[in-house]
Design a protein around this ligand. Sequence first.
Ligand SMILES: Nc1ncnc2c1ncn2[C@@H]1O[C@H](COP(=O)(O)OP(=O)(O)OP(=O)(O)O)[C@@H](O)[C@H]1O
Ligand SMILES: [Mg+2]
Length: 330
Amino acid sequence: MDNVLDSSMSTSYEASVTICEGDFFKTYGLKHIRVAGKGLTSIVILSKPLDGGALRAVKLLSKEERFGGKKSKGYFETEAKILQNIQHKHIVEIFEACDCPDMYVISMPYYQRGSLISQLPKMTSQLTEKYMLELTSAVSYLHGHKIAHRDIKPGNILISVEGDAILSDFGLACIVESKQMPLTQRVGTIAYAPPEIIRGDWNDQINFYKCDTYSLGMAIWCMVVREEAKPGQTNHMNTIQQQRENIKDYRYLLEHLLEHDTNKRWDTNQLVSELCQTRSTMGHDLTRYFNQDTPVPLASEVQMDELSQANKTLELENSSSPETVSDHIT
Ligand SMILES: Nc1ncnc2c1ncn2[C@@H]1O[C@H](COP(=O)(O)OP(=O)(O)OP(=O)(O)O)[C@@H](O)[C@H]1O
Ligand SMILES: [Mg+2]
C-alpha cells in the first residue's frame, strides 16, 4: 500500500476543491436514487452514474446558515484535505470535493451495508475480532501520519459489500502538531468521547491520539455488548464484567482503552503491540498486517474459529435494537 501522506507532513497542505457552477448531480452525470443516510451536519445521497459506473455516496453539506453553513465549510475542507492525502484499505476513499452554489459536496464509494450501527444487534465474536483488527489498523495508520479522527463511533464506521470495516466521516479530524494540544474546541460525540473532553476546560492540554483510542475502545465495547453507547453512561466496564467469562479477551483490552487516566490509557502503538502478542500466539503474525505489507489475514483467509478461540462460545443475550445517539459536542 502506498502511503501518499508523508509522516513528516506539515499542517500547511490544502484541500483540492473543484468549483462547480451548477448542479453537482447534472455536472457529474449522476442520478439521485435515494437518501442513504443523515448525519447532524450532512445528508448522504445514493447516486448512480448515468454511464453505468459504480454506485456513489454523495455527501451534501448545506451552506445555509440555518443548517450550520459556516461550520459546514470547516467540516468539508477538513474532510476533503485529509481524505485526499491518505490511502488505506479500511479508510473511506474520496472521489470529488466540490464547492457548489448552495452546498459543499464530497463524493465517495457507496457502501451498501451502511454503518456499523445496523450490524450491532447481529454481531458475532468473529466479526468483533475482524472489525477490531481492521479499525485498529486504520487508526494506527492515521496516528502514524499525525492525524486524529476525533469522532470514532459506529455511525462513522461503514461496512463494505465484502464485509470489511471502513472508517469514515473525517469532518472533525485534525492534524496533531504536538502530543499535547490545547482544547480550543470541544469535538466528538458525547457517548463516545473520553472524560477529558466531556469535562475539559478550554486550554486544557489534550492528547488527541488517546481521545481516539478511548473512542475506538467505545466502538469495540458496542460490538461486544451489541448496542450503541448512550450519553451519560459511565459503567462500561461493569457491563463487560457482567458478560460471560469468555469475554475476558476484550475486558483486558477495554480496561486499557477506556482508562480515564490518560497516562495509563493505551495509545495505538500499545494496542497494536498487545494484539500482535496475543493474536500471534494463535499462529497468525499480525505485525505484518498492521504494517500494511501483507494481505489482511482475516475472516475467510484464516481460521476464524482459531483466531477467536478465546471467545468461541460467545453468545451474547442482549440483542435490543440500537438507539441512535448522535449528540455532537461541537
Ligand atoms: N459512503 C457511504 N456509503 C453508504 N452510506 C454512507 C456513506 N457515507 C455516509 N453514509 C451514511 O450517512 C450517515 C451520515 O454520514 P456522515 O457520518 O459522513 O455524516 P455527518 O453529518 O458528518 O455525521 P455525524 O452525525 O456523525 O456528524 C452515516 O452514518 C451512514 O449511515
Ligand atoms: Mg457521521
